[in-house]
Design a protein around this ligand. Structure first.
Ligand code: HEC
Length: 102
C-alpha cells in the first residue's frame, strides 16, 4: 500500500511539475530589442555608426531575402547570426532594419 501511494504521489507531483513549470524565458522579443542587443554595437542605434566598416543601414537597399541572408551568414567582419537567432527572430530583425531606412 505504501508503495502504491508513493507511485500515485509521484505521478501527481510530476504532473504538477510539468503543468506549472515556467516556460523557458525569452529575453528579447521584438526586432528592435534584437537589433539593439546584437547589431547596435557596429551599426549604431540608427544604423549609421559604421564601426569596422559596417554598412549604413539607412541607405542600404537590400531586398528582404538578401537582408535575411546577410544576417544569417554574416559578411566579412560581420558575424553570422543563424546559430544565435532562430528564423522568426531573424525575420523580426529584417523588418526592423527596414524601418531604419530614410
Ligand atoms: C562586428 C560588427 C557587426 C555586427 C555586430 C553586425 N554587423 Fe552588420 N555589418 C558589419 C559590417 C562590417 C558590414 C559590411 C560588410 C561588407 O563590407 O560587405 C555589415 C553589413 C551589414 C548589412 C549589409 C548592408 C548592405 O547594404 O550591404 C546588413 C543588412 C547588416 N550588416 C545587418 C546587421 C544586423 C541586422 C546585425 C545584427 C543581427 C548586424 N548587422 C550585426 C558589421 C557588423
Amino acid at each position: 500500500m505504501k508503495r502504491f501511494l508513493f507511485i500515485i504521489g509521484s505521478i501527481a507531483g510530476l504532473t504538477a511539475f510539468f503543468a506549472f513549470a515556467p516556460q523557458k524565458p525569452r529575453v528579447a522579443r521584438t526586432g528592435k530589442e534584437l537589433f539593439e542587443r546584437y547589431c547596435k554595437q557596429c551599426h549604431g542605434k540608427d544604423g549609421t555608426r559604421g564601426l569596422f566598416g559596417a554598412k549604413n543601414l539607412q541607405t542600404s537597399l537590400l531586398a528582404d531575402d538578401a537582408l535575411y541572408m546577410t544576417i544569417a551568414k554574416g559578411r566579412k567582419v560581420m558575424p553570422s547570426w543563424e546559430k544565435k537567432l532562430d528564423s522568426t527572430e531573424m525575420g523580426l530583425v529584417v523588418e526592423y532594419v527596414k524601418t531604419l531606412r530614410k
